[in-house]
Design a protein. Sequence first.
Length: 315
Amino acid sequence: MDFKQLKALVTVAEVGSVTRAAELLHLVQPAVTRQIRTLEQELGVPLFERTRHGMRPTEAGATLVERARRALTELDRARAELAPKPGVVTGIVTVGLLESAAERLAAPLTTDVLREHPGIELRLLTAYSGHLQRWIDDGDVDLSLLYNLTSTPSLNVRPLVRERLWAVAPPSAGLDPARPVPFAEVAAHPLVMPSEGHALRTLIDGAAREAGAEAEVTVQTNAMTLQKRLVLGGHGWTILPGIGIAADVADGTLSAAPVCEPEVWRTVVLGTPRTGRVTPAVDAVARALVRQIHRTVHEGEWPSARLWEDRTGEE
């Protein structure tokens, strides 16, 4: 098993075609076929199902593809870190961003990192907190924003921001950011909710119990963008972090106000693995991300948020 075979395996799995994989790898098709067959012979199991729709990994193939992709990523990281120029920080850094914060933080973070450390290759992934935590544990992400999490056996956690959740409605509802809306009033409307099991849904369900309110859930989704579109489509109100709807409120696309009675807070943290060496590149990106978050809060662009060190018992 060698680097070229693993590269062929992952490429065929990604594109579903030996012919297309050969084009991307700048090889002839028989060479790619031979690399896959050699792997199958060595391992003693079929790695792909050959169908009329293309190459589809078997269960064993999918397992090997996942491991091979991580091995190739580690090799890429090693290449980027080896033999740097003196004083130059280089390397590949994969950052996880919460979907609610990605739109506000991704562009300025990229600008800051590439301006200060052009030798860093930045890779940004966005997802919900549970997915991001799993990606850190699996080694696919170097550092990530998460929420409502304390340190675990596998993760170091640094609290950064406390923020309130907001009720979100169509502009016609006339919600005012300066006038918090009681949870019972929110629950009087049909609700577009995050899927059950999602950490944000857990916060909302807890607030509903505290308020003694029963909400009518019209639809559930695992995407914040869909929540907002469904609200605009007249399917109900929703509840989201303020940073996720700040731009929509500013341009009048949506109306929103912080939830009260009870107030609902979440803590955004920076998670990093406990194991393994923290490279200079990862450290540089972590510091840039923390600076960007502080800047966003200080400039008032993260609604109803407080830096962790400035918290004043808001619960």
